[in-house]
Design a protein around this ligand. Structure first.
Ligand code: BV8
Ligand code: ZN
Length: 255
């Protein structure tokens, strides 16, 4: 029996399924992963240096420009067959570390965003949601530009990206919901994450600890190999449709 057959059998028999995703599921839509080297204006940085409150405090225009460049990039791409296969898994709970909206645009209803979203900027002081941001006429923003963040309509402080930076707490409700779903899952698919950022990387481990099966989909080994019942090695846009088709023939749109 191949790993795919084993995984498909587990998935078909599961009552409660969680799909836990990282940047790798958006790679085939053309969105660089977090570990991909940064380019252009930000080439001299590691993403982990820029995705911090300190970086925004020290150079808000550089950091805001990076997030606006990423937001514009997401708006220009489409969900891929991996996102669509996840949306074809009925009643699954999607828990994502990604800040893009590709799961939603593929049809997954209310994915849990552990690290926030590019589309929910808010005031860095009073938290007021910043509403719709201006689209940048020069889209695509070439290799990006420094951009001054907008200021809050209520208190005048700088608007910041609606993401969780390193050193910041995850949204409590989202994390509790994710842990609860992972604890009750018969099967958790972990897709396209390097499994090194905490506490998000705890999620697949919760399922494994409580007796659920973890199926990992990734082209390369990660620390989550330790807790995976099955490792399906390869790209998400190829493996996920094949897995959904094997579990429920004809359900994924396969493309
Ligand atoms: C917290 C949003 C406490 C922003 C992100 C030491 C010092 C300081 C902190 C720490 C430390 N040790 C531990 C910590 C905690 C820290 C942490 O874990 N650091 C790591 C680096 C060790 N965590 C935090 O700071 C968290 N907060 O701990 O707060 C606290 C508590 C109370 C009160 C106050 C504070 C917050 C972490 C959240 C950071 N924000 N994102 C933004 O996007 O800009 S994290 C960011 O990186 C992503 O969101 C993602 O979650 C994470 C990892 O990225 P992945 O998604 O895994 O992507 P990656 O690029 O790493 O890997 C891609 C994978 O895809 C690879 O495996 C690749 O093989 C695979 N792949 C490639 N192509 C494909 C594919 N897979 C499938 N198909 C393909 N085609
Ligand atoms: Zn404000």
């Amino acid at each position: 029996m191949t790993g795919m057959d084993k995984a498909a059998g587990m998935l078909a028999a599961a009552e409660r399924v969680v799909v836990f995703t990282g940047a790798g599921i958006s790679a085939e839509s053309g969105i660089p992963t977090f570990r991909d080297a940064l380019t252009g204006l930000w080439a001299r940085f590691d993403a982990r240096q820029l995705a911090t409150p300190e970086a925004f405090r020290d150079d808000p225009d550089l950091v805001w420009g990076w997030y606006e460049w990423r937001r514009a990039a997401v708006r220009r791409v489409e969900p891929n067959a991996g996102h669509r296969a996840v949306a074809a898994i009925e009643r699954c709970v999607v828990v994502t570390q990604n800040v893009d909206d590709l799961h939603e645009r593929a049809g997954s209803r209310s994915p849990i965003h552990l690290h926030g979203s590019l589309f929910e900027p808010h005031c860095s002081a009073c938290g007021l949601a910043a509403g719709d941001l201006p689209e940048h006429p020069e889209e695509p923003l070439g290799e990006g530009r420094r951009l001054p963040p907008p200021t809050c309509g209520r208190c005048g402080a700088l608007v910041r990206p609606g993401v969780v930076w390193f050193g910041e707490a995850l949204p409590t409700h989202a994390f509790e919901e994710a842990v609860e779903a992972a604890a009750n899952a018969d099967v958790l698919l972990t897709v396209g994450t390097s499994g090194v950022v905490y506490p998000a990387a705890e999620i697949p481990q919760v399922t494994a600890r409580l007796g659920g099966h973890v199926i990992q989909i990734n082209p390369e080994p990660t620390p989550l190999d330790e807790v995976a019942t099955v490792n399906l090695t390869g790209p998400a846009a190829e493996i996920l449709p094949a897995l959904v088709d094997a579990a429920w023939p004809g359900r994924s749109d396969g493309s």
